[in-house]
Design a protein around this ligand. Structure first.
Ligand code: BGC
Length: 781
């Protein structure tokens, strides 16, 4: 991994030698208007061919002379409007890709500083910066519009060379740079890329001097958090013919791209289309629909053997359909996975192979959805839906150290916060987001916007650093004020504490409705008022805790939370002790967020249990409630039922997906229906993978009780597997928890890091808790 060198914050023009450069050919064409309502109605507009809509990535380059004297140090500091690839003398300055990462570009744009001493030579050198549309100008909105953060690609760079004799050579981007295009005929992060290898490596076409441009410097900040890199490279498992096309199966749904070594004749053109599933008949099937979600790459040959891989795009896929190529060996093609470069922190395996597959699927969905920002899915929207991160955040800190990655995204979330305090549905928010509110009539939703409170709280719990609370506190309060004001509307009395005044996604996509009508908006309508009110109370409770941690007055939040809770009971609990929205997820949230008067609790638990039983012991929880389902059952004495629901293999359940051959977590529990019908939703959404967090806390039993795992409990209490083996590198040190089954019972071995105090409670110990410090201990039960 390459270290980035950082200097003073270069957030004004005078801190750069270089200036923003652009060119006429760096202007991105606007896609026609296309509303969300049109998109979700399944209509696709007639479109011009990709090639006439998309332009080639722009190459800025300059040749310069390095005198013959000893070099001390050289760095390249660089950013772009678009994504850039910089080379010196043909060698990439970094193995990071999709630089400068995805942020709320108009308010917060990162630059990077790379050490480049080794790339320079005495005499003639060439600095080249290729800029592609990327997230900045590409077709990244839900409905596939272009120019989302601007329509002018541009580069800004300083090459700083220090010699041993204390002299310097400073070279910045300016009008002495040339502009041209090369083998990349177009490259869109969502649509795909076309490379024509018959284009000369030395650009000769469309050459012109760069134009100086005036773009904002004040938004510039140095790189924060991990960059995206190529990670695991997966071999092809199987290749077969479908008509004239070749289908390749990599055996794993991933986000990334294909690397293919082949000899293409001069002008021979091959097309690679990507998909996550085969249809019921085992045929290649594009599971992603929508405008500009092509996921298609094209390569044109030059008569020579070459290794082909796109540079400025990625796809969500397991299968690739290749047309234009007749022969391919397994060894010629690989899938290159891409994700942000986190340090691994957790590993977990069990004696149950289906559970192990589920745990792996969660990990793969995390990888696929952490390319620069946390996303819903890596093939369709690919955007930072706040709700998805909120739901998955507790699980997201187990396998990888995602602290800085998530904090960088929170910075974009804060940058996109509206003047009235609204936290928008997804961040970075492209311009089309604000143009397409016709669909829901709103830019925010309870449970999504609450990410600004819930996600920093989770990071604080896991990593123990109050700074994340401080950084986000103001934004939390502003969101909370918005929520309060929005709920109150012009109402009076206790109605003011019921958030029924606007659109919310509610318990999004709960399965019984999805399996009947398939319409997620119906799940929103059926649950939104109750669910939004539940989150209003929960966020008030959390703000009460957060303000106390920060030494602020927590009374206003605590008082408000109790008012919401009273109103909740009055409005949403019927005389027969049921909820007005009589769905599993609503009971789960009411119980999880402690919204229920003590005397009514047992009745509501019973109703939840009854609902699960009448649903054949299957879950029926949507996005917002599923993280709490198993906790609520366990905490209310329904351990056996929790076990049953978790181990279910019928639809909808976690292991149903595994049984259907899933290698990632699906957006919809019935992505592949029991009769084999394959749907057109995403097969790579991490949200439902939130169950990993429950598994770690309740099955393995590891819970942090003081922020940052300074004190913990280890209390395995739900025996869904006989054996497990967990390692977790917390900020406080490494925990190991291993259970094996032997003839004399279960053996639990725990290793506690230095300075940590653990309370261990094994099953059958009749409540006895043993407090232990650092060391390794074995318990038998
Ligand atoms: C996304 C979700 C997201 C939701 C908003 C979907 O299209 O893929 O994961 O949270 O919309 O309700």
């Amino acid at each position: 991994m390459q270290k980035l060198v950082s200097h003073v914050i270069r957030n004004s023009a005078d801190k750069w030698y270089g200036q923003w450069i652009t060119a006429d050919i760096a202007k991105v064409k606007a896609e026609p208007e296309f509303s969300l309502a049109q998109m979700f109605s399944g209509q696709l507009p007639a479109q011009e061919p990709v090639e006439s809509r998309l332009r080639p990535p722009v190459i800025f380059y300059k040749e310069f002379n390095v005198p013959d004297k000893a070099l001390r140090d050289a760095t390249l500091t660089i950013t772009a409007q678009g994504i850039y690839q910089a080379t010196i003398n043909g060698v990439a300055v970094t193995d990071a890709i999709f630089t400068p990462d995805y942020t709320a570009y108009t308010k917060f744009l990162q630059y990077q500083t790379y050490p480049v001493t080794e790339l320079l030579k005495v005499g003639k050198n060439r600095l080249q910066i290729v800029v592609a549309d990327g997230w900045f100008a590409g077709r990244v909105s839900v409905s596939g519009g272009s120019g989302q953060f601007g329509d002018q690609l541009a580069a800004l760079a300083d090459l700083d060379i220090e010699f041993a004799d204390n002299t310097e050579l400073q070279l910045g981007t300016d009008e002495t740079f040339n502009v041209t295009t090369g083998k990349w005929r177009y490259a869109d992060i969502d649509i795909g890329e076309k490379q024509d290898l018959s284009f000369s490596a030395e650009p000769t076409t469309e050459q012109a001097p760069a134009a100086l441009a005036v773009f904002d410097y004040s938004r510039l900040v140095p790189q924060e958090g991990p960059q995206v890199r190529r990670q695991k490279v997966l071999p092809a498992r199987k290749i077969w013919n479908e008509g004239a096309a070749l289908i390749v199966d990599f055996g794993q749904v991933i986000a990334g791209r294909v690397r293919l070594t082949t000899t293409l004749a001069l002008k021979q053109t091959i097309k690679l289309e990507h998909a996550e599933a085969l249809n019921q008949q085992g045929k290649f099937f594009k599971n992603i629909v929508g405008r500009n979600k092509d996921q298609t790459d094209i390569f044109v040959g030059n008569g020579q053997k070459a290794t082909l891989e796109p540079d400025f795009t990625f796809h969500g896929f397991r299968y690739v359909r290749i047309t234009g190529l007749t022969k391919l060996d397994l060894a010629d093609i690989q899938a290159v996975t891409l994700y942000s470069d986190f340090a691994p922190t957790g590993s977990l395996s069990t004696s149950n192979t289906s559970v192990n597959q589920l745990l792996q699927n969660i990990k793969w969905s995390q990888r696929g959805n952490m390319i620069s920002i946390p996303t819903d899915c890596p093939q369709r929207e690919r955007i930072g839906w706040t709700g998805d991160m909120q739901v998955f955040a507790p699980a997201a800190t187990f396998y990888y150290d995602t602290d800085q990655f998530i904090q960088r995204w929170l910075r974009s979330v804060r940058a996109d916060q509206q003047d009235n305090g609204e936290i928008v549905d997804y961040s970075p928010a492209p311009k089309d987001f604000f143009n397409s509110t016709d669909f829901t009539g709103s830019v925010s939703s309870a449970g999504w916007g609450d990410a600004i409170i819930m996600v920093p709280w989770t990071l604080y719990q896991r990593f123990g650093d109050q700074q994340v609370l401080k950084d986000n506190y103001n934004a939390m309060q502003r969101w909370f004020n918005f929520a309060q004001t929005s709920a109150a509307g012009d109402k009076t009395g206790s109605d003011r504490y019921i958030w029924d005044t606007k659109f919310h996604y509610g318990d999004w996509m709960f399965p019984s409705v999805m399996m009947k009508s398939g319409n997620p908006m119906e799940t929103a309508q059926l649950t939104k008022d109750l669910v939004a009110t539940a989150f209003l109370a929960h966020s008030a409770d959390l703000l009460g805790e957060i303000s106390a941690v920060l030494g602020d007055d927590s009374r206003i939040y605590r008082d408000y939370a109790s008012k919401v809770k009273q109103s909740f009971a009055k409005h949403f609990i019927t005389a027969t002790h049921q909820l007005t929205s009589d769905f599993q997820g609503c009971y789960v949230l009411a119980l999880a967020f402690d919204l229920v008067p003590a005397k009514l609790k047992t009745g509501l638990v019973q109703r939840l249990v009854e609902k699960i039983h009448t649903n054949n012991d299957l879950l029926d929880t949507g996005f917002l409630s599923v993280p709490y389902l198993l906790d609520v059952l366990v905490d209310n004495g329904q351990v056996e039922l929790a076990k049953k629901v978790f181990l279910q293999e019928h639809c909808p359940s976690w292991l149903y997906e595994v049984k259907q051959g899933a290698t990632t977590i699906w957006e919809s529990w019935n992505g592949i229906q029991p009769d084999g019908t394959v749907g057109t939703l995403s097969f790579n959404h991490y949200a439902m993978g939130c169950v990993l967090d429950w598994f770690v806390r309740d099955v393995v039993g590891l819970t942090s009780t003081t922020p940052g795992y300074q004190t913990v409990t280890i209390a395995p209490q739900v025996a869904v597997v006989n054996e497990f083996d967990l390692t977790y590198q917390a900020v406080s040190g490494e925990f190991k928890i291993k259970q094996i089954k032997q003839t004399d019972g279960q053996h639990l071995t725990v290793t506690i890091p230095t300075g940590v105090v653990a309370k261990v409670q094994v099953p059958n110990a009749k409540g006895a808790v043993q407090t232990v410090g650092a060391g390794t201990y074995e318990f038998t039960y």
